[in-house]
Ligand binder design. Structure first.
Ligand code: KIV
Ligand code: ZN
Length: 520
């Protein structure tokens, strides 16, 4: 009999927790709409009690994204659970996911609690969460390093307390597939009421085994996989959604009647959306969604694939929505294609948005003979996610002198909160000189943590996409910029990150002041 494996997507919670992957509320909402189109079963939209940003993103997603269960993480404490419930209140279907660590090392050193107290806390948390929803998930954090009898006991008791899903996380990515399969099988055999719940797994990729462990768990009785788009997540990441879903679909001989409801044709689009939003691209050889995932370079392979695709392709690229041809656009075909592209990408837009982006498209088409699909995508994201955001820093103009016989020198004129400022600086390259001039004009000390630049298409007049991660005081932010000019793309990315950091920093200062005055 066909049996469903539930796909629990935690891109917006575990994924977003990883450095360099933070998203604004609007970006999270866009991702959540796309995850709903991908037809995941559950979207873990954040950890409501962790920050005001998380709370409002979960609330907005609960209000707007329908046809999917929206979930918030909560520690096994009443306050966290109440905040999660409040954020999820407008959701069509809601789940509270509460957790506590069950391994000796976590209980002793992190929680400083006895196993008996952990058990009591877990039971209380689950039954308290049931006051707000009938869908309550309980996770035994660090399950793979927990003592098995204790694990069986806490699972049995939390099911009695009302848990409907029990999650077994390999929190530190320590388990081997065989060992993890054995753990799942033993839970199935040793917890008397396990048939009352869905058994879930949540694997981290520290040893590169998150996908293998998740799939092995499914073969031993797990029926929910927690995973993320592109495998993003804490440290080395989580099991990647595209890998687990495509493995179950592709290896019918092994997974037999198991299936997921994921619309696999939306996989590539979802992966790209996440890359664009976070500015962090997957490596070219990444399974399923990497640029080279379906590229055949060697003559023998090319000949084979042309004769019969199955010689070297186990997945039809179309099944994951992988674009096999790049649409090339000219100035005249642009407007219609642009509308179609916005619709396809699921971006909510007005006619005004379309007009504005179309102007940018025409400017690009003037600079560049061929405008590719990727260029349009970049234009849309570049424009869309910046519109309406507060931008304390606006670059009015910059000029750079560079060459192999002069010291690169840049002059920048910018506006900081309406006040005009100018500065000149030298640097060890044109980008360095321009960034230094901006820093000088603003008289700030950001620390650049990461800078990368990538050509979007393989031609010398290609659009360049730059990504910057920086730290301003204690605030970390990332930004992106796209232009045919690498210096302009880099400046835009830097200023985008800077603006996000300034806005966040001001928010933190305001919040701390309000806390001190006792108004929050
Ligand atoms: O890795 C982990 O243990 C987690 C839990 C909160 C499920 O992310
Ligand atoms: Zn995790």
């Amino acid at each position: 009999m066909a049996e469903k494996v539930y796909i629990f997507d935690t891109t917006l919670r575990d994924g977003e927790q990883a450095p360099g992957f933070s998203m604004t509320t609007e970006e999270k909402l866009q991702m959540a709409h796309q995850l709903a189109r991908l037809k995941v079963d559950i979207i873990e939209a954040g950890f409501a009690a962790a920050s005001k940003g998380d709370y409002s993103a979960i609330r907005l997603i609960s209000e707007e994204v329908k046809g999917v269960t929206v979930c918030s993480l909560a520690r096994a404490v009443e306050k966290d659970i109440e905040i999660a419930a409040s954020a999820l209140e407008p959701a069509e279907r809601k789940r509270i996911h509460t957790f506590i660590a069950t391994s000796e090392i976590h209980m002793k050193y992190k929680l400083k609690m006895s196993p008996e107290d952990v058990l009591e806390r877990a039971k209380k948390a689950v039954s308290f969460a049931r006051n707000f929803t009938d869908d309550v998930e309980f996770s035994c954090e660090d399950a793979t390093r927990s003592q098995r009898d204790f694990l069986y006991k806490i699972i049995e008791e939390t099911i009695k307390a009302g848990a409907t899903v029990i999650n077994i996380p390999d929190t530190v990515g320590y388990a081997m597939p065989e060992e993890f399969g054995d753990l799942i099988e033993n839970i199935m055999n040793n917890v008397p009421n396990i048939d009352k719940v869905i058994l879930s797994v949540h694997c981290h990729d520290d040893l590169g085994l998150a996908t293998a462990n998740s799939l092995t768990a499914v073969l031993h009785g797990a029926r929910q996989i927690e995973c993320t788009i592109n495998g993003i997540g804490e440290r080395a990441g989580n099991a990647s959604l595209e890998e687990v879903v495509m493995a179950i679909k592709t290896r019918k001989d092994i997974f037999k009647d198991l299936y997921t409801d994921v619309n696999t044709k939306e996989i590539y689009k979802t992966s790209r959306l996440l890359c664009r939003i976070t500015g962090s691209f997957v490596q070219p050889n990444k399974a399923i969604v990497g640029d080279n995932a379906f590229a055949h370079e060697s003559g023998i392979h090319q000949h084979g694939v042309l004769s019969h695709p199955l010689t070297y392709e186990i997945i039809n690229p179309e099944d994951v929505g992988f674009p096999m041809s790049r649409i090339v656009l000219g100035k005249h075909s642009g407007r219609h294609a642009l509308r179609k592209k916005l619709e396809e990408m699921g971006v909510r837009f007005t006619e005004e948005d379309l007009d504005r982006i179309f102007e940018k498209f025409k400017a690009l088409a003037d600079k560049k003979k061929e405008v590719y699909d990727e260029d349009i995508e970049a234009l849309i994201y570049e424009d869309f996610f910046k519109t309406g955001e507060e931008e304390p820093v606006k670059v009015i103009h910059f000029q750079v002198q560079s060459g192999d016989a002069i010291v690169p020198t840049a002059t920048v004129k910018l506006e900081y909160k309406g006040e005009e400022r100018t500065a000149t600086s030298t640097g060890n390259g044109p980008v360095d000189a321009t960034i230094k001039a901006i820093i000088k004009a603003l008289d700030i000390k950001p620390r650049l943590l990461d800078y990368s630049i990538k050509a979007l298409t393989p031609d010398t007049e290609a659009m360049a996409e730059a990504r910057v991660v920086l730290e301003l005081g204690e605030v970390k932010a990332s930004g992106r910029g796209t232009d045919t000019d690498v210096i302009k793309a880099s400046v835009d990315a830097f200023v985008d990150a800077l603006n996000r950091a300034i806005v966040r920093k001001e928010y933190i200062i305001k919040r701390n002041m309000a806390k001190r005055e006792g108004t929050v």
